[in-house]
Ligand binder design. Sequence first.
Ligand SMILES: Nc1ncnc2c1ncn2[C@@H]1O[C@H](COP(=O)(O)OP(=O)(O)OP(=O)(O)O)[C@@H](O)[C@H]1O
Ligand SMILES: [Mg+2]
Length: 455
Amino acid sequence: MSALVLIVEDEPGVREGLVGAVERLGYVAAAAASLAEARRELAARSPDCVLLDIRLRDGDGLDLLREIRAGEQHDVPVIVATAYGDSERTIRAMRDGAFDYLTKPFDFPALLATVERAVKQRALAQALTIPPPPPARSGLVGTSTAMLAIWKLIGRAAASSDAPVLITGETGTGKELVARAIHDYSARAPAPFVAVNLAALPPTLLESELFGHERGAFTGAAQRRFGRIEAAGAGTLFLDEIGDVDAALQTKLLRVLADGRYERVGGDEAQTAKARIVSATNKPVRPGDAGSVLRDDLYYRLAVIEIEVPPLRARRSDIPLLVAHALSATAARAVSEETMAYLLAYRWPGNVRELIHVIQRAAALCAGEIIDVTNLPDAVREPSERVAGAGDVRDEADEGVTLKEAVAALEKRLIVRALERAQGNRSEAARQLGIGRPQLYAKIEEYGIGSDDES
Ligand SMILES: Nc1ncnc2c1ncn2[C@@H]1O[C@H](COP(=O)(O)OP(=O)(O)OP(=O)(O)O)[C@@H](O)[C@H]1O
Ligand SMILES: [Mg+2]
């Protein structure tokens, strides 16, 4: 008997296209144009896979996802689809047990491959428990494919709230924000998030900072002191700069990870650690990496889930949004077009942190509301500091385009997305993009946005 795929999509053209494609794969397709229809279908039969649009006329597809997860058919894989990458929704969808998250317009071969994977895995699907509603937003800005992947991983890591997570990536890529997001979206969110910078203290102090000490453990230890691991309780202990830890502490950490046990300095009573361990580093730590000081067994214990945050130059389409994000904390309102071209081409060795500094400094230097190239540090304007093939401002390889063409294509894409996000409100879109309204109108005109079938 062939598998049944339920397609929930309110756009008739898209719905019919999906039905046809799914049937060509040899599956039986059922279609629903609204949440109400989808609920009726689900009551009447049990699909092997649900393809769920998020924005439906009668409500939010994520509500249906949660209903499915809480109901009798909780193990049916649900592939969630929406018109653009939205961090909040992606993280929630993955956390709430979506099988995968796809953005429109659909890449049909990829979509069908995902449906096949979902149907095959159905037999293995395990019930996912539903954590309580999430607190704060992640604070992570970006809509690139690479960021979308990071949100998915955050959602997955949040769902399995005991597995240790290792976050790797260059300096300034946002590893700490990722660690906080994992905590905030996990079932551990009501408990503390405690961060310890392992590179900031000498080894002996670090040990008592982490594990605490008994009274009289060493000169000056007049009182018993609880360690950070105890302070984290049933929350998350964030071990930052794990790539710098000395051998003695590695042994102790290994024991914490292996059986949750440790002793306070100067004490012999075994304590039990309840916190989840999330660690981060910008150093090489994988077994076999040159220069790694981390022992292999500790690496494997720390990296049950590993999240590698890509450098900014590998997700350059996020730069305009990050610039707008950085501008929002300054008196400046926008950057000139030429400035943006430099910002897009620069190789950003310090990643997002460096970008935020560059914008803050430029805003402080700039006389008016628009940041100009002369406000940029020399390094950003230095040709040798540009990414090879910087004419390509897309994230994927894209040969034979001029910088101007690539910038135009990217601008157009970002404007279309911002308008979608702002639901057509141009002032809001201009604000999100960090440009003035007149500039936005000029570009809408120039690129003919809205006059053709863009979205
Ligand atoms: N995607 C993002 N959106 C918004 N802000 C970001 C993003 N990524 C990083 N930042 C900001 O950039 C700065 C650096 O981020 P963070 O401290 O998380 O970097 P890190 O990866 O831990 O770097 P390091 O390895 O040097 O410790 C912070 O101010 C953070 O808020
Ligand atoms: Mg950090």
